[in-house]
Design a protein around this ligand. Structure first.
Ligand code: NAX
Length: 328
């Protein structure tokens, strides 16, 4: 039988962690034949709560769960990690400027990048969920010079799934019939969900919608501001849907995208589509042999160009701000 894969999860005692860990333990992250060992990282004050979750994981009697270890030290938590889900982050609190937010998160993602560099397994794959996800991923990546840069990714799969759901409702087709949707740019309100290359039951989605006003005034803002709508309705931010998207992101990374389709992930730019090299930006991506690759050669119309550029501009500003703070 296969040796367990080490999966490190930060922010394990948080609400996304609570929804995520049980799905990992049940085999949904890597597949039904792969045993996993969980390595949970929390801040000291939250270790007790993580221990409580570990008791419940034990009570799940998951056949694929080889064990759960809890740490408050990043070096230990990432030691031997094959997959790392960086969920814990410093949220923006009232009155906090963007610079303060970036600095507080730099204090988390810099040492975590260093710990990954020092002790993760050679095949390490990193997904950053904690916001601001793209720039947190950039900070971690910058402090892991010995790890190939393409192992660092940030999550826009939730945005992708939200876009699939909205388009499915609009056209009255199941999500399974929609292919080649894409999220571009930053996981923020500037993100651009693109349906111009999408196909619905074999037909072009933008043509099927045939309503540019719906696109710009309803679809794009609904997807981009869905996080706020969830907070408004639930009184708490998206958790189970975020955990589900994190599962999707890693599962696809490891197991590949289906022929004739792609997905969305924030990956290190190679300069494609005018996105400056090195930025961690969302693109349409395929996955093959354990690698995410940016889909090449798509024609970008003017509607899309403006929106992609605006979101990438925000990423450039975040990168410049963390550079100024000495975080990268
Ligand atoms: P919670 O506040 O419930 O949990 C965060 C947990 O992280 C806490 O238990 C905290 O103790 C822990 N933590 C803080 N600093 C840590 C550190 N240095 N090392 C280890 N653990 C640490 O937040 P939750 O709702 O679980 O959300 C987690 C993050 O996901 C937030 O940053 C949130 O903004 C982000 N999200 C990202 C999404 C995406 O699509 N990329 C969507 C959902 C979510 O909003």
């Amino acid at each position: 039988t296969q040796a367990p894969v080490n999966v490190t999860v930060t922010g394990a005692a948080g609400q996304i962690g609570y929804a995520l860990l049980f799905r990992i333990a049940s085999g949904q992250l890597l597949g039904p034949d792969t045993p996993v060992r969980l390595r949970l990282l929390e801040i000291p004050q939250a270790v007790k709560a993580a221990e409580g979750t570990a008791l419940e994981l034990e009570d799940g009697a998951f056949p694929l769960l080889a064990g759960t270890d809890i740490f408050d030290d990043a070096k230990q938590a990432f030691s031997g990690a094959n997959v790392a889900l960086l969920v814990g982050a410093r949220p923006r609190t009232k009155g906090m400027e963007r610079g303060d937010l970036l600095e507080a998160n730099g204090g988390i993602f810099k040492p975590q990048g260093e710990a990954i560099n020092a002790g993760a397994a050679d095949d390490i794959k990193v997904l950053v969920v904690g916001n601001p996800a793209n720039t947190n991923a950039l900070i971690a990546q910058a402090h892991a010079p010995d790890v190939p840069a393409d192992r660092f990714t940030a999550m826009t799969r939730l945005d992708h799934n939200r876009a699939l759901a909205q388009l499915s409702k609009k056209l009255g087709v199941p999500v399974s019939e929609i292919k080649k949707l894409a999220i571009w740019g930053n996981h923020s309100a500037t993100q651009y969900p693109d349906i111009f290359h999408a196909e619905v039951a074999g037909k072009n989605a933008a043509e099927a919608v045939n309503d540019e006003a719906w696109l710009s005034d309803t679809f794009i803002p609904t997807v981009a501001k869905r996080g706020a709508a969830i907070i408004e309705a639930r009184g708490a931010s998206s958790a189970a849907s975020a955990a589900s998207a994190a599962i999707d992101h890693v599962y696809t990374w490891v197991n590949g995208t289906p022929e004739g389709d792609w997905t969305s992930a924030a990956v290190v730019s190679d300069g494609s589509y005018g996105v400056p090299e090195g930025l961690i930006s969302s693109f349409p991506v395929t996955a093959r042999d354990g690698k995410y690759e940016i889909v090449q050669g798509l024609e970008i119309n003017e509607f899309s160009r403006t929106r992609i550029d605006a979101s990438v501009q925000e990423l450039i500003e975040e990168r410049d701000a963390v550079k100024k703070l000495g975080l990268i």
